[in-house]
Ligand binder design. Structure first.
Ligand SMILES: Cc1cc2nc3c(=O)[nH]c(=O)nc-3n(C[C@H](O)[C@H](O)[C@H](O)COP(=O)(O)OP(=O)(O)OC[C@H]3O[C@@H](n4cnc5c(N)ncnc54)[C@H](O)[C@@H]3O)c2cc1C
Length: 467
């Protein structure tokens, strides 16, 4: 008996929020044959100037969707480097030289505005399916969960068969479907600063762009002080995320878009920091706080014809650099579930599959991101560096590994990975759908992970109850 169906029907989909997740899901669903309208409260004039990383588990979907990745002007990362706080000497290095060979796709570091523009072009431009329509200055105020009618603050309304709340960390849709986040301010604060590589070079400082690396100073077990450097814009811009204990500066109630902070405030928590990187921070511009709240996982992310996606459904700390990737994966999941192969016209069933496959995965990343805040050894990549002298994680069996994150590659697109033994979202969807339709599922996969796959934390898939 096949899981495939021929009772597919096209849907009229409304996406609330035109950020990274909203644009991604518009691409995935238009390609799946649906008509998509995106409603964005802003006109994008104030988009944030900072880096966003896109590991292989995000990059693979960009390729599958035919996105022109070069438009994002990425830096392809070659290394993760953890440096000593005071001397800057490398403490733990995770080499990404064989990353593409192993996982099928590269690890991109984008500039947020470029990434957003790249996704927007794919969502609205030429390509497979009907181009999505973007309506800016449309802020969602309410949704009638019985009829699927959205009301906007500009007094207009719209009706949709399926509504996706991709409206970010402060989601209105989340509230509308009855979720009340349990959240607390993080124990650490973050200021973000940009340094132009040419300015650093002109002053005779180290040209970190040459390393093509995501570099971390500090972040060792139990410490909140951490500097994260990510080069973007082809290396022309160095994006610095600077973390410190909240008692040294509290920004929990600040948002992006306010006044820039003075450079003295950025440097104050770091008297003992490696002089090279400190000199970089001293010429930092656009210094802005990044509000950090720890959200407990939500019990559900769908209700009637509405579902949440990206930060709206699972806001996470930035310490696994997976926020954007998780939003892209959510979009990919919806694209598969509502595709001609699997969608049988039943939206309730489709959204319950979405929740079943996404909630456990995003929840695990969410919790691992909170742990990596104070222990860099919990960060994907470094969590495999078990032979480093400074390596220590809370629970070897619970740590997040690169194997779990980096998914399989669609065989007909990338022949090199046909025997791949990694996470397979299609199999994940098929297994859940088979259970719901009371059909047998015989493929050797559990939760999308191949039976027999040995994870670095000692688990072998199939030898244990479901992850
Ligand atoms: C400075 C910064 C740096 C980051 N760096 C990384 C990184 O390196 N790696 C990584 O993986 N993640 C990173 N993240 C997180 C990542 O950007 C988010 O996880 C990702 O953007 C999630 O996408 P999203 O679509 O859910 O939310 P967003 O991209 O925030 O989009 C939400 C959109 O919804 C709109 N909106 C909100 N409310 C409404 C409403 N009521 N009606 C209509 N529209 C509405 C907003 O205006 C916005 O355009 C970073 C985030 C920030 C802010």
């Amino acid at each position: 008996m096949s899981i495939e169906t021929n009772s597919w029907r096209p849907l009229n989909v409304g996406v609330i929020g035109g950020g990274i997740g909203g644009m991604s899901v518009a691409i995935a669903l238009r390609r799946a044959g649906h008509t998509v309208t995106i409603y964005e409260r802003h006109d994008f004039a104030g988009e944030v100037g900072a880096s966003v990383s896109c590991a292989a588990n995000g990059t693979r979907w960009l390729h599958e969707w035919g996105v022109d990745v070069s438009k994002g002007d990425p830096v392809v990362l070659r290394k993760l480097i953890n440096r000593d706080w005071k001397t800057g000497e490398p403490v733990s290095v995770y080499d990404l030289d064989d990353y593409e060979k192993k996982w099928g796709y590269v690890y991109n570091m984008f500039h947020r505005q470029y990434m957003h523009a790249m996704l927007k072009d794919s969502a609205l431009g030429e390509g497979e399916g009907v181009p999505a329509v973007l309506k800016v200055n449309h802020q969602c105020q309410d949704i009638n969960l019985q009829t699927g009618t959205i009301t906007f603050t500009n007094n207009t309304t719209a009706h949709h068969d399926l509504i996706i709340g991709a409206d970010g960390i402060g989601s209105a849709v989340r509230k509308i479907i009855g979720l009340k986040p349990e959240k607390k301010p993080s124990d650490s604060s973050c200021l973000h600063a940009n340094v132009r590589t040419e300015d650093a070079v002109r002053l005779g400082l180290v040209d970190y762009s040459q390393h093509s690396a995501l570099e971390y100073w500090g972040g060792q077990e139990g410490k909140w002080d951490k500097i994260v450097l990510s080069p973007c814009n082809g290396g022309k811009l160095l994006s610095y995320y600077c973390f410190f204990p909240r008692e040294k500066g509290d920004f929990v109630n600040h948002t992006w878009g306010g006044e820039d902070r003075p450079v003295e405030e950025l440097l104050a928590p770091y008297p003992e920091l490696d002089a090279q990187v400190r000199s970089h921070l001293a010429i930092g511009t656009e210094i802005r706080p990044w509000r950090l709240w720890v959200h407990e996982p939500y019990p559900y992310i769908t209700r009637n014809m509405v579902c949440l996606l990206g930060d709206a459904g699972h806001p996470m700390m930035p310490h696994q650099s997976q926020g954007a990737c998780m939003a892209i994966e959510d979009a990919a999941a919806l694209g598969i579930i509502f595709s001609k192969t699997y969608f049988n016209g039943n939206i309730d069933e489709a959204l319950s599959v979405y929740e079943s496959i996404r909630l456990p995965r995003v929840t695990k990343v969410q919790s691992a991101a909170a742990k990596a805040a104070y222990n860099i050894n919990e960060r994907i990549g470094f969590s495999s560096n078990t032979n480093m002298s400074t390596y220590k994680v809370e629970d070897e069996k619970k740590k997040l590994t690169i194997e779990e994150m980096n998914a399989w590659v669609y065989p007909t697109i990338h022949k090199i990975q046909t025997n791949s033994r990694r996470y397979d979202m299609y199999k994940d969807v098929e297994e859940v759908l088979a259970a719901k339709r009371k059909l047998p599922f015989t493929a050797p996969y559990i939760n999308g992970l191949p039976v027999g796959l040995k994870l670095p934390n000692g688990y072998t898939i199939g030898e244990l109850a479901k992850l």
